[in-house]
Design a binder for this molecule. Sequence first.
Ligand SMILES: [Zn+2]
Ligand SMILES: [Zn+2]
Ligand SMILES: [Zn+2]
Ligand SMILES: [Zn+2]
Length: 356
Amino acid sequence: MPVLGDDFQEGGDAPFDVLSVIGTVMALFAIGVIMARGSNAHAGDTVVGGGNSGGLADELVKRGEACANCGKQGSDTVRLKYCTACRLVKYCGLDCQRAHRKQHKKACKQRAAELKDEQLYSQGHERAEGDFCPICTLPIPLPIGEHCIFKSCCMKRICNGCDLAAEERSMFDCPFCRTPYPGNEANALAMIQTRVEKKDPTAINYLGKKYFFGDLGLQKDMGKVIELWTEAVELGSIEALYNLGIVYDTGNGVKQDKAKAAEFYKKAAMQGHVESRNNLGCSEVEKGNNNRGVRHLLISAQMGYKDSVEAIKRMFMDGNATKAQYAEALKGYQDAVEEMKSHDRDEAKTLLEWKD
Ligand SMILES: [Zn+2]
Ligand SMILES: [Zn+2]
Ligand SMILES: [Zn+2]
Ligand SMILES: [Zn+2]
C-alpha cells in the first residue's frame, strides 16, 4: 500500500490514471485521518483531513465546508462555525478551535487587522446627522464651531445663515424650536439639565463641555467631564467620542494616551466625524505611516475640511504624497464646499467678516 504523502498528492507529472488516483486519495484521506485523529472523528462523520493533508481537504477548509483542525465536514449533526475574528476558517467546536489556535494565530491576526482597516477606511464618508442644519438641511461648513450656533433649548446646531435670516425677520426666539432664550446662566443650566435627566446624549455631552471649561457657574471638574462624556458615548454621541479623543490626545486634564485617543477618533470617524478623521490622519503621518495618513486625510478633505487639504499639500511638497493625491483632495474639498453654500450663509459670512 502506498504511503499517503504530500508528494503523492501534489505530483502532477507522474503518469497515473487520474480517476483512480483521486479515488485512492479520497479513501486514504478518510482512513488516514480517522486513524490519526482518533478521538476527534467518529464513525459516520465525514472526515477529509485537515492539517498537512493538503489538496481536497485544504480546499474544503478554504471553502468553509470542513473544520480547519480535524477536517470534519459540516452536516446536520456537525455544525461548523467561523472563527469570528477573521472569518477565514471554520471549526466543528471549541476544542478544535483551541487545538488549532497556535497554528492559526498569525493568519488570524493579520486578517482581523485587514478587516478592521477595511471598515475604518470605508465607513463614515458621509457627514453625521448632527452636522446638518435642521432649518436649511445643508451640511454645516467646517470647522463646525465657526459656522453655527448651538441652541441649548433644543440641542440643535443652527447654521449662521439661518440664524442671521431669523434675526433679520426680527425673530429673537430660537429659530428652530421657538423657545425664548434663557437670559441668564442659571436658566441656561436648568434648560440643559432638564434634557440631561431625559438622557439626551447631546445634552450630556454639552454639560460635560460646560464642566470642562467651568462655564455657567460650574466648577471645572475633570472626573465629572469624563463621566459625562463616557455616558454620552454609550448613548450614541459622536461628539463625545471626539471630545474624549481630544483630551487623551493632548493630555488636557487627563494622562496623555495617544492609543486611547486613536480608538475614540476611529469610532467617531467611522460615523462621519470629520475632525476625528483628520486627527487620525495627522497622527498616522506623525508616526511615519504616510500611506495610512493620506488615506484618512483624503476622506476628511473630500468632506470639506480645509486643514486636511493643507496637510496633504505639505506632504506633497515633502514628497510624501503624490500630485494626484493632492489634486484629488483639492477637487473633493472644493466640491464639498460648493454643496455647503447658500445665499444666507454667504450673507452671514460677509457680516461676520465685517465684525472682525
Ligand atoms: Zn474539528
Ligand atoms: Zn481566526
Ligand atoms: Zn441653516
Ligand atoms: Zn431651540
